[in-house]
Every structure is written in C-alpha cells, then in structure tokens.
Design a protein. Structure first.
Length: 226
C-alpha cells in the first residue's frame, strides 16, 4: 500500500517596515522597546554596517538586545552612547556627524525629547536645544544619506521643531489581532504564531527576528554558487 506524500506547509515570513535614508519618526506606546529593537536588528540583518544609537532613559539594554538578536554578530554592530543629562545628550547628538562613516547603516535616537524635559532647563533652553536636535538629525540624514530612526516621549509644544521636519511617519500599535506597523507605504497584518494566537512579548519579537534571520541567510549568495 502506497503512502500519501506529505505536502510542505509554507509559513509566511513576518514582514517589518524598511528603514530608508532620511528621518523616520516612529510613534510607539510609552517606552515600547521591543518594536524599536526589532526594527534596528532587522535592518542590520539586511545589510552590512553598524547602528549608532544615542540612548536616553534606558531604551538600549544589552540583555534584551542579546535575547532578541538571532546572531551574536549583530550585537557587535550596535554602538550605544548614553546621555544622562540634557547637556550630555545634546553633545552626543551634536557629535554624531563625526561618528558617522561609510560603515554606518543606521542612526537610532529613541525619546529624542525626553532629556530636554528636565526641570533644570528653562523654557528657552528647552526650545533652543530641541530645535538644535531636530536640525542636526535632519542635516545628518541628508548629508550621510543614512536612515535615522527617532521616537518621541510625547508630542506637544516641546516637540514642535519635529513638526516642521520632512519625516517618514511610522505608527506602531499593539492591537487585539497582533502588533501592527502602519506607514505611508507599509502596513503589517497579523503575524502567525504556533498556537494560532498573537503576542507582543519579547518572546514574540525573538521569534520574528529568528525567522527574518533565516530568510536573510537563505537569500545571501554563497561563493561559487550561481
């Protein structure tokens, strides 16, 4: 008696938005680090180069990045600098131009406004420094032709300088059907998971990146193979 051939089941590979040169303003939930880390690591999976990350309020954590990264080599390509005061953060942003080189694939500045909400700053200083941050990030993106991923703690009068920028707006939200990115030319539908449900936990993002890594590896040409 013959056996019935087993059909291979093709599971859709989750898709994430592509980060193009220019400033991408990502709107997320409060301190939502999973989507940011996933976009950064996925971007590095698709090309060579490093990510330069100007951090504030502990968005970049070694433990979480190590858990999410499907390859340890990716972690070596993420360079993090932390600004603990508004003046430290401003100096780091101001020096970005000197830190960016041909090997830079991405610049990441989460909660770009948060350091300047410090009570030690006067209203005039806050406004001036926020204008400086917005201008420097735009100039950097234009001159270096590199993607700059930015998030804001909240949108109000403090972040008005970003309203005038030519940015690519990207929204992340956790819905009842699953995590969703929405942009001008991109919309994430439901990510499939093994149990038929959806998750937005770190374990979920870990699975997404593992599958994205497997896809990137399969598409990488091997020497001597046509």
């Amino acid at each position: 008696m013959g056996t019935t051939p087993t059909r291979a089941v093709s599971t859709p590979v989750p898709s994430l938005p592509r980060l193009d040169p220019g400033v991408t303003l990502l709107e997320t939930e409060t301190h939502a680090v999973g989507p940011i880390d996933s976009l950064v690591l996925d971007h590095l999976l698709g090309q060579d180069g490093t990510a330069v990350w100007v951090d504030s309020h502990d968005h970049a954590t070694t433990q979480q990045l190590a858990r999410l990264a499907p390859s340890r080599r990716l972690l070596e390509r993420v360079r993090v600098a932390r600004g603990f005061t508004p003046f430290q953060h401003y100096e780091l942003v101001d020096r970005l131009g000197a830190e960016i080189g041909p090997e830079t694939a991405l610049v990441v500045v989460p909660w770009a406004d948060a350091p300047y909400r410090d009570d030690s700053l006067g209203r005039g200083d806050t406004a001036s420094m926020m204008r400086g941050v917005a201008d420097r990030l735009t100039t950097l993106a234009d001159r270096a032709s590199v993607p700059v991923l930015v998030t804001l703690k909240k949108t109000d009068s403090v972040t008005e300088p970003f309203d005038a920028l030519s940015t690519r707006d990207l929204l992340y939200e956790a819905t009842d059907l699953g995590p969703r990115f929405v942009g001008d030319s991109f919309e994430t539908l439901v990510y499939p998971v093994d149990n038929g449900g959806v998750q937005t936990t770190l374990a979920f993002w870990e699975r997404v990146l593992q599958r994205r890594h497997a896809l990137a590896e399969s598409e990488t040409p091997r020497p001597g193979v046509a």
